[in-house]
Design a protein around this ligand. Structure first.
Ligand code: RIB
Length: 299
């Protein structure tokens, strides 16, 4: 992918802004059990904010639409977005409300997460309606499912009416309306999310019915999609993973940036896989998110 002469992508992210409270432990406790952990850290997260930061590090102009609480976590979340070059003009604190948090256990080579939505619940259709204009002016819009379902549907309608491509990262998994699937330009579920979105249908069938729209992420196997004629797989890169939290967010952001710059789907997926592979090499959802030059060098 020749990225030198590309115009800067104008990316809008609608989604969650949270603080990740991360415990590392040799194993996770069972019900009713207490285990001793090894470390505890507080780092910025939330799928929306993660995708905004990843896209900004990859060189895009990024505007975030979201909410934080009126607490100190909210101030830290806002500061972090600004430091990463993300516009926070549309991230308003909610009065008398806590910021969203994600309670993460890193153990046995994987993470388990409980998300408390808090202020993210206030990313309502009414709130997003006030930001309609910046959505309409985007080259691409990214959205996930840590904000209310009605909001996701509204954003899809705005994008469809304005002819702006919407990339839906349907995480965390929940069933969605057929209209949402219809309105999206790109959807990037993992296998579990895909089986919820298209209940009772085989992966091959759903891929075939959504050519160059549905991209199923299969972890270390890569990404599977239907190119209009046949199924294709774009392999992922093997690396020594320190923390996989945020790898999916990096993938989605990088895919969106590459597409918005006018790159082919295959090249964009390769770029996204490379960015995601680099992101897992450091601690924290945003800790390992690479810069543009780091991805280009690695490619
Ligand atoms: O995708 C990773 C993110 O999911 C974490 O940063 C955490 O906030 C959870 O929402």
């Amino acid at each position: 992918m020749n990225t030198q002469s590309k115009k800067q992508a104008n990316v809008v992210v609608v989604g969650s802004c949270s603080m990740d409270l991360v415990v590392t432990s040799s194993r996770r406790p069972g019900a009713g059990e207490t285990v001793l952990g090894e470390s505890f850290k507080t780092v910025p997260g939330g799928k929306g904010a993660n995708q905004a930061v990843a896209a900004a590090r990859l060189g895009a102009k990024v505007s975030m639409i979201g909410r934080v609480g009126d607490d100190t976590l909210g101030q830290t979340i806002l500061e972090n977005l600004k430091q990463n070059g993300v516009s926070v003009n549309n991230v308003e604190p909610v009065t008398h409300c806590e910021s969203g948090t994600a309670h993460i256990i890193l153990a046995e080579g994987d993470n388990s997460i409980i998300v408390v939505e808090a202020a993210n619940r206030h990313v309502t259709p009414e709130y997003v309606e006030k930001c309609r204009e910046i959505i309409e002016q985007a080259d691409i819009v990214l959205i996930q499912q840590e904000v209310p379902a009605e909001t996701v549907l509204l954003v899809s309608r705005i994008c469809k009416q304005a002819g702006v491509p919407l990339l839906l990262n349907p995480a965390p998994a929940r069933p969605v309306e057929a209209e949402l699937i219809e309105n999206c330009a790109y959807i990037t579920p993992n296998e579990h999310e895909a089986s919820l979105l298209f209940e009772g249908q085989s992966i091959s069938d759903i891929l075939c019915r959504h050519p160059e729209k549905l991209f199923i992420t299969e972890g270390s196997q890569g990404v599977r999609y239907f190119d209009g004629q046949q199924e294709a797989v774009v392999s992922s890169y093997r690396v020594e993973a320190v923390d996989t939290t945020g790898a999916g967010d990096t993938f989605n952001a990088a895919f969106a940036v590459a597409l918005a710059e006018g790159n082919q789907i295959g090249d964009s997926l390769k770029f996204a896989n490379r960015a995601a592979s680099l992101s897992v090499m450091r601690f924290g959802a945003q800790g390992g998110m690479p810069t543009r030059s780091e991805v280009e060098e690695a490619l």
